[in-house]
Design a protein around this ligand. Structure first.
Ligand SMILES: [Zn+2]
Length: 186
């Protein structure tokens, strides 16, 4: 399972348009830790976790990362997510996030999705659909966690070359996706 040539082009375009941004410009206040919502993918989890830990090292001596993993990560929280065979399963994962916030009193929630993702591939999700689901998940998590700080990140494994974590901008996504829709309708 690899990134297609089309995926590479799309990611380049999303970066150029500021939908996927370098994370350094968006350092979060992680002084009280973070709830890390990510895919369980054993080939990528380590890189995702380490990146989060590196971000924290600027504000904490020890890491405080509370990982919640499910296949598809943030995509598994979208309403009626196609990641799950049973649609109501998205509620289970959503409740885990609220529980984590309640138990650990951590107010910062980092919602990750990634590519290539076996769970997304199995559900036949292309990249734009995955990003759309991730934004839907963000909105849903915000509603069910009033007052929480919720941000989206997208991890890309360029396979052999490098792995990168990007900040996913909701505002830029809105612009990009509406423009894309306009082009598709033209
Ligand atoms: Zn995955």
């Amino acid at each position: 399972m690899h990134l297609s040539a089309n995926d590479h082009t799309l990611i380049q375009n999303l970066r150029a348009e500021g939908v996927l941004q370098n994370v350094q410009e968006h350092l979060l206040d992680q002084s009280n830790g973070v709830i890390l919502v990510t895919c369980a993918d054993g080939d990528r989890f380590d890189d995702i976790y380490r990146h989060q830990a590196r971000m924290q090292s600027q504000v904490r001596r020890d890491t405080r990362i509370h990982p919640l993993t499910s296949h598809g990560g943030a995509l598994a929280c979208a309403p009626g997510s196609p990641i799950h065979k049973r649609k109501l399963d998205s509620n289970v994962f959503l409740n885990q996030i609220a529980d984590a916030r309640d138990i650990k009193k951590i107010n910062l929630i980092a919602l990750y999705a990634h590519m290539p993702c076996a769970a997304a591939r199995r559900a036949e999700l292309d990249l734009p659909t995955a990003l759309s689901l991730q934004i839907q998940a963000k909105n849903r998590v915000r509603v069910s966690n009033p007052g929480a700080e919720v941000h989206c990140f997208f991890h890309v494994d360029y396979e052999g070359a490098k792995k990168r974590t990007y900040f996913l901008s909701s505002d830029r996504w809105k612009t990009w996706s509406s423009h894309r829709h306009v082009l598709a309708m033209a």
